[in-house]
Structure formats: structure tokens, C-alpha cells
Ligand binder design. Structure first.
Ligand code: OAD
Length: 249
């Protein structure tokens, strides 16, 4: 695999690196993506499962859908793309990782400076008072758990029609606007406001690199669009950067 001199040199000299990840980075770990062939939204209806009205209408169904996804997520492991991001975090003076994923795999891999824009599926919260809960399993035949305040507990994720946490979005925007290089990995870049981050970075002067199986909604706006599996491209790219660094010393 070869990379352009410009891509290598931008990563070699960068002081601040920001990363945005989407479902594609976890595909090679066995977590289904949302769109495209075999995507979750091709098989399930988001409007019946991932919005506040759906939860009010049928909390049991929503919990069962999340339990189905949690079962997958509890058993998967980070892949080479996640692990490369851990190495990159150790290398750069400033490194931030914003993810749209709720699968906890960046934490499992060992990254530290993580901003979860859409929440975390292994956490829960009260739909009334907001009290946070850890991972809870819905046992077959059991009803949806309730908080001490009496309201129903729900997954701690952002649903359609809900706002992202203000602090998370502000932090992500700040990191994008101050980055020397932004990597957009495994996202179709169609869900806002997350999809805005690579564009914000580009407008603020960052060099933007995209890694995806195919071209996306933002491919024409980025500086380099690398096509292929992130679990193969990202480790190869990082090895090429380190090899160049060693050759220079
Ligand atoms: P999508 O499912 O929309 O897009 C996944 C992207 O990953 C696609 O562009 C694929 O081409 C790419 N891809 C798949 N496998 C890959 C691989 N091995 N290597 C590299 N790229 C690969 O997922 P997101 O962009 O994350 O929101 O979706 C954004 C949001 O939409 C999600 O966070 C979720 C969803 O509805 C909420 O639930 C709020």
C-alpha cells in the first residue's frame, strides 16, 4: 500500500490531530453498520426503535432491540484500526478522538481522550431524572427497569430528534477547528452535526484525510480520500509515517 508524500508529511509534522470515527471502523470487529448493504437501517425501522416517541409507545420493544445490539457489542474486540488509534494517541502532542459510535470499542482498545457524540450503548440513564446507570441486562420475560424516581430507564444514547450533549459537541468543534490534521474514518458523513466536523476542520486550515470503503458525502471536500478497509489502511498508513520518521533521524 502506498500513500502520497503529502499525506505522510502532514502526519509527520502535525502537532494536533483530531479523529472522527463512524460505524465503519467497527465493522471488521463484527459490529453492523447502519447504512449500505447489510446495514441496520435496511433491516430495522429507526423511527420505531431509535427515537423518544418509540420508547414512550413501546419501551419493551426498544429495550429488546438494544439488548440485541448489546449482545453483539459485549462480545466484540477492537480491530487493528482501533489499536492504531491508541498508538497514534501516544505519539502526538495533542490527540482527540470523537466518535459517533456507541460501541465502547475505543475505550476497550485503550484510547483516553475520547468524546462520545452519540452516547454509549453499555450505559443507561433515567428517562425522567437523568440519573446514570451502567450496563443492565434485560432478562427474558422481565419488564423494562425503573429508576428510584419511578421513571423508566433507557439506553444512554442519542436518538433521532434529540440534541447531542452541548459540551461534547462544543469540544468536538473546538478540536476540529484547531487540528492540523483531521482523520474521518468509517463514516458515511450524512448525519449532522457530526458530519460537519471534517468540513469545519478543513475551513479552519486542517489537512483532512478520509478512510472509507467507498466515496462518501464529503469525499469531494477532503484533501485525501483513501479507499479500503480501515483495519488495513490505518495500520499501513501509520507504519509508513513511522518508517519515514525513522529514515529522517
Ligand atoms: P453508516 O452506517 O452511515 O456508515 C458507515 C460507513 O462505514 C460507510 O460509509 C461504509 O462505506 C464505511 N465502512 C464500512 N465498513 C468499513 C471498513 N471496514 N473500513 C472503512 N469504512 C467502512 O455509519 P455512521 O456514519 O457512523 O446515529 O452513521 C452515523 C450515525 O447514523 C450513527 O452514529 C447512528 C446512525 O443512525 C445514531 O444512532 C444517533
Amino acid at each position: 500500500m502506498t500513500f502520497s508524500d503529502q499525506v505522510i508529511s502532514k502526519l509527520l509534522t502535525a502537532q494536533r490531530v483530531a479523529v472522527l470515527t463512524g460505524a465503519g471502523i467497527s465493522a471488521e470487529s463484527g459490529v453492523p453498520t447502519f447504512r449500505g448493504k447489510d446495514g441496520l437501517w435496511g433491516r430495522f425501522k429507526a423511527e420505531e426503535l431509535a427515537n423518544p416517541d418509540a420508547f414512550l409507545r413501546n419501551p419493551q420493544l426498544v429495550w429488546e432491540w438494544y439488548e440485541f445490539r448489546r449482545k453483539i457489542i459485549r462480545n466484540v474486540r477492537p480491530n487493528p484500526a482501533h489499536l492504531t488509534l491508541v498508538e497514534m494517541e501516544k505519539h502526538f502532542p495533542h490527540f482527540s478522538l470523537c466518535t459517533q459510535n456507541v460501541d465502547n470499542l475505543h475505550f476497550k482498545a485503550g484510547n483516553r481522550n475520547i468524546c462520545e457524540l452519540h452516547g454509549n450503548i453499555l450505559r443507561n440513564k433515567c428517562s425522567g431524572c437523568g440519573k446514570k446507570y451502567g450496563d443492565l441486562e434485560l432478562l427474558p420475560g422481565c419488564s423494562v427497569p425503573r429508576c428510584h424516581c419511578g421513571d423508566l430507564i433507557r439506553p444512554d444514547v442519542v436518538w433521532f430528534g434529540e440534541m447531542l450533549a452541548k459540551e461534547a459537541l462544543e469540544l468536538a468543534s473546538y478540536e476540529a477547528e484547531h487540528a492540523d490534521v483531521l482523520l474521518s474514518i468509517g463514516t458515511s458523513a450524512v448525519v449532522y452535526p457530526a458530519a460537519m466536523l471534517p468540513i469545519q476542520a478543513k475551513r479552519s486550515g486542517a489537512f483532512v484525510i478520509e478512510i472509507n470503503l467507498e466515496r462518501t458525502a464529503i469525499s469531494h471536500q477532503v484533501d485525501a480520500s483513501l479507499q479500503g478497509k480501515s483495519g488495513e489502511i490505518l495500520p499501513a498508513l501509520w507504519s509508513a509515517v513511522l518508517a519515514k520518521k525513522e529514515a529522517r533521524v
